[in-house]
Design a protein around this ligand. Structure first.
Ligand code: UDP
Length: 312
């Protein structure tokens, strides 16, 4: 039986990964300090799954769990959360990643880093493929996360080259779905929660900036395929190439929730990328992976999730 350590396993994406690896027959060690993760996300696993273990710990401390695979999903990932304590965010990316790499080295385990489209910064190349080196501000308010993930990528590649470790990097583009935090500050959760509560939808800037939204089940499939793929280090983009402006997204959310909330325009945050869309050619070729859930369907499922949470 294989043993996987999922750091950040009580978070939005991490908890879906725990479910997937359990269903694939793994013994799952979910490591989380509940900074943005929540026990609610994994309660059903704690109650029902014998092969699921929760370890309350921060990756800022060294860990020692015998395992075959380590997945690093431990980092606050939405702008309000990663900006709340930017030094903590940068330390989590560097020191935390190093601790997990050391553990993987000790047990000769495979290591996968969850990196991000943020490594491309405010991109001058569109859509973004993996060979694009990015346009990142090293001293801005997003840098703790952007540069944090960039140094985490560097560290991962250096462990691969220097110690010959089996490492992998994925770059995750905007992802949404059940178990997003309602106070995450992300656009999908904000719009849905605002629409359901009849509050104004907050659009930052003129709303013409774009993002591409991937439903969580599609992302998990891509991550799983990457985790079990031999001889493929990456980095590889994982995301849905369907691109929307924030205005279009707001219109779609209003339509699907049948809400008559007005739009409320607010200033654009500093260094907010203008356009973002993944080029997923590499993932298609190397992993045979493409997203399958249309945005409308994914949004409907996410709306149902938030409806249940708020209105029972
Ligand atoms: N955004 C918005 N209203 C919100 C939250 C976010 O218009 O209530 C915008 C934000 O400025 C950005 C886009 O939506 O251009 C995506 O923001 P999010 O924080 O979800 O993700 P990221 O910027 O990290 O891609």
């Amino acid at each position: 039986m294989k043993r996987v350590v999922i750091a950040g396993g009580a978070g939005f994406i991490g908890s879906h990964l725990c479910e997937r690896f359990l269903s694939e027959g793994y013994e799952v060690y979910c490591v989380d300090n509940l900074y943005t993760g929540s026990k609610e996300n994994i309660r059903h696993l704690l109650e029902r799954e014998k092969k699921f273990h929760f370890i309350y710990a921060s990756i800022l401390d060294p860990l020692d769990i015998a395992c075959d695979l380590v997945l690093n999903f431990a980092c606050p990932a939405s702008p309000p959360h990663y900006q709340k304590d930017p030094i903590y965010t940068a330390r989590t990316s560097f020191e935390g990643t190093r601790h997990l790499l050391e553990m993987a080295k000790k047990y000769q385990a495979r290591f996968l880093l969850a990196s991000t489209s943020e490594v491309y910064g405010d991109p001058e190349v569109h859509p973004q493929n993996e060979s694009y080196r990015g346009n990142v501000n090293p001293i801005g308010i997003r840098s703790c996360y952007d540069e944090g993930k960039r140094i985490a990528e560097t560290l991962t590649m250096d462990y691969h080259r220097f110690y010959g470790m089996d490492t992998k990097i994925i770059r995750i583009f905007n992802t949404y779905g059940p178990r997003m935090l309602e106070n995450d500050g992300r656009v999908v959760s904000n719009f849905i929660v605002q629409a359901l509560k009849g509050e104004p939808l907050t659009i930052y800037g003129d709303g013409n900036q774009t993002r591409s939204f991937c439903y969580v089940s599609d992302l998990v499939e891509g991550i799983y395929r990457m985790s079990i793929k031999d001889n493929f280090v990456g980095p590889v983009n994982l995301g849905n190439p369907e691109e929307y402006t924030m205005r279009q997204l707001a219109t779609l959310v209003l339509e699907l929730t049948q809400s008559s909330s007005p739009l409320h325009f607010l200033p654009l945050p500093e260094d907010d990328p203008k356009r973002r869309r993944p080029d997923i050619t590499l993932a298609q070729k190397a992993l045979g992976w493409s997203p399958t859930v249309p945005v409308k369907e994914g949004l409907k499922a996410t709306i149902t999730y938030f409806q249940k949470r708020f209105f029972g």
